[in-house]
Structures are given as C-alpha cells and as structure tokens.
Design a protein around this ligand. Structure first.
Ligand SMILES: [Zn+2]
Length: 246
C-alpha cells in the first residue's frame, strides 16, 4: 500500500485539498483534468455535512469508476484510522449482500469512516437493520441509504430454487416476494441467471420500498430532503454499480 500522504504537509491541509478536489468532482466538473487525491483522513463532520445526498451518490459513482478503471484512491488507511478513532461522520449507510465478490467499500473505492455497512445474504431488511440505518442517519448524520444488490446472487437463486437449510430458510422467504413480482418472459428457474438477476433487481426495489414503509424515522428524513433512500445493482462482470436515483 503506497502512502502518498506521508510527506511533511500537514494532514489537515492535505485533507482540505483533497476534499476540495472531491467537491469539484461531485459538483459536476469531473470532466476537468483534476488529479484525484484520496482523503488523507476520514471525513470530518463539516465535510460530511456540506454534502447533499446527491453529492454522496456522485461521490460513490466516481469511486466506482475509479475501481473499474483500476485507479483506486491511494488510501492512507492508517491516517483514516487515526483521524476517525475519536469520532465518525460517515456519509452513507449501505445495505448489501454478504457475497465475497461484492465488498461495498472496495467497489465504491471508499475509505475508513466513509460508510456504515450492513451486510446480509440477499440484502433484505429487518427491524434490526432498520434500527441500524436509523442510527446511521438520524443520530450519526449519514445522508444516503444505499441498498445494493448484485448479479449472480446465490441467495436470490436459493430463494428461487426453494433451498432449505436451518435459519437460511426463513431468510430466503424474505426474498420470495420479489420472485412473484418479477415480470420475466423466459425460464423462471434458478439455473437461468438472467432471471436470477431480474429477481435481484426487483428485490432491491422491494427492499427500498420496505425501508420507507417500515421506518417512519427514515421516511421523515427523506421527505424533508435530509437523506435519500435509493437502490443499486453491482455487476460482477464489468464491475459497474448502477444507481437507481433517477
Ligand atoms: Zn448475494
């Protein structure tokens, strides 16, 4: 891991510079030849608070682009660890699948202290996850709830195939409403990954709906413009994250 920030410049001034550059990127002038500099330290409260929910989405869009182009930020993880030890100001809470191939921070090129993370097979919601999200947004000030499904999801396939195993059976039952609600002309089987991916997209959509329905706290924050709740899909092939923020 290269540490480009171990030079004598003060960590704070480098952070200001990197944040300014990130702001340039998120403010829609990313077409300019602005060199990317990673956060020297974790987000400060002022920096996180200055971002709108749309800024956070654009921040992740740019991070995913860097990931896909194999030019990730040169994270100073030790600096981020140090600066976030006394307090954290993450910009988002992400609900994603446990799949080992879909690690949210890596595919969004996010550092320590930037995101809360909730991971569960099939990225479904439940009261404990909602409570975690409510803490993330209403208490800790995160601006975005990002539900992230992915292609080739084994949990979705398991739900389609009616897999049964201990506690997993009940978890897969929570994905099953998405199967019935998926419009699909073709073979509706777990062996058809085109169908599996269509169900995974519908599952993301239903999870987003369930968050609004089951959490008055998060719905109020969204209705007043303080946060956004959106879905997304990560494509194992190609590495693109599609954000459903339109
Ligand atoms: Zn999965």
């Amino acid at each position: 891991m290269k540490n480009v920030l171990s030079v004598s410049a003060s960590r704070r001034s480098v952070l200001k510079k990197s944040f300014a550059l990130t702001c340039l990127t998120v403010m829609g002038v990313s077409g300019l030849a602005v060199p990317h500099i990673s956060f020297a330290a974790a987000l400060s409260q002022a920096e996180r608070d200055s971002m709108t929910p749309d800024d956070v989405i654009e921040h992740f869009r740019q991070g995913n682009l860097r990931f896909r182009e194999n030019r990730p930020a040169e994270h100073d993880y030790i600096g981020q660890k140090r600066s976030s030890a006394a307090g954290q100001y993450p910009a988002a809470v992400i609900l994603s699948c446990i799949d080992s191939r879909a690690p949210a921070e890596i595919i969004l090129d996010a550092g320590i202290g930037e995101t809360f993370n909730s991971r569960v097979a099939g990225n479904i919601s439940n009261p404990d996850i909602l409570g975690s999200m409510e803490f993330a947004c209403a208490v800790a000030g995160a601006k975005l709830v990002l539900v992230m499904g992915h292609t080739g999801c084994g949990a979705v396939r398991g739900a389609i195939d009616n897999a049964e195993l201990g506690n997993l059976t009940g978890l897969l039952d929570k994905i099953k409403p998405a199967i019935a609600k998926t419009d699909y002309n073709g073979e509706r089987k777990g062996s058809n990954y085109d169908f599996v991916d269509a169900v995974a997209r519908k599952n993301v959509e239903l999870t987003v709906e369930s968050i609004r329905r089951d959490s008055q706290v998060l719905k109020n924050l969204e209705d007043t413009g303080k946060i956004k709740i959106i879905g997304s899909m990560y494509h194992l092939n190609g590495g693109v994250v599609d954000f459903y923020d339109a």
